[in-house]
Every structure is written in structure tokens, then in C-alpha cells.
Design a protein around this ligand. Sequence first.
Ligand SMILES: [Zn+2]
Length: 184
Amino acid sequence: MKLFQFFNPKRNKFSYKCPCCGQVYDEMPLCFGGEYPDYYFSVPPEERATRIELTESLCVVDEEHFFHRGRITIPIHDHSEDLIFNVWTSISKENFAIRNSMWNDPERVHNKPYFGWLQTLVPTYGNTLNLKTQAREQEIGLIPSIEIIEENHPLTLDQRNGISLVTATKKVEAILREYHNPDN
Ligand SMILES: [Zn+2]
């Protein structure tokens, strides 16, 4: 099933057209993400430069609140690709130190998972801030995989059980509608 895909003669292949605005993508986008941990926004904009240390995947606020970026994967049953959300979670000072010291150590995949609180609003899942998570180290070059461990939350269940392509398509459509019409 190729929902919302059409054959694009200019490229001689199927493309995905956003149902809300007609924007054309090579394929239906399945990867979304947040740029900052939610806590970032609790710091007034004029204080961020002095109070926040931010890299692509790590964030420290006031040298006492630690965050890192990871990846939530939701399997799509009848599709070759998964639905991906790149998110931020909190991480303890101790585990943050471990992450940094083992940044280039392939043995890190054997580390125990790091507990954290979700710091990203995952679109289409309501309020997901502060859900319980654990982060598992991946191979060098990859951000940790984030497992939602909050009991009975829809995100926990979808991550565990997977979703259909129809459900995934509805989610993507809702997310794009929000991204493309930020004022609505
Ligand atoms: Zn659109």
C-alpha cells in the first residue's frame, strides 16, 4: 500500500505529497525530532548562552541538569522502515560522566541502560514530558536507543507492539499538518 504516494514522472519514481499543502518529498517522512530538551526552554533566552552547554547530542544546564539525545523506534508492521523520533531525556550526572568517558569505546554497548525522564513532546502522543525511559548505548556514531518504560502509556505500547502502516500514515499526516501550519 502506498498511501499518499504518487508517480512523479520528472523523477521517474514514486514520491510522497503532503496532504495538507502539497509539498513533495522523495518518500513519506518517517523521522522526526526535537532540537532541545524541554528544560532548555525554562531558561530565559538571554541567559541561555551563559547557563547552557549544548552540543548536537548533549546538553547541560547550570552544570547540574544533564540531558542527552536518543532515538525512539516504533516498528511499522507492514512496512520496511520504522517510525523514528529523535528525543531528549534527562540522565544522571554519574551516567553522563560514563557516557562521555566511553564516547569512543565500542564496549559501551554492554553498559547497563541509563534511566531518564523524557524531555521531548512526541507528536501525536499527547503530553509525553517526564515519561520514564531507559537509554541503551549503541555502536560508535549512533545515539542511544530510548525505551519508554512508563506503564500502559500509548507510546510504551506502540513501541512494544508496533503500529500498522495506516496508523503510521495518519500520525505522519498529523505531524506534517502541525509543522506546516504552526499558527493553527
Ligand atoms: Zn503540508
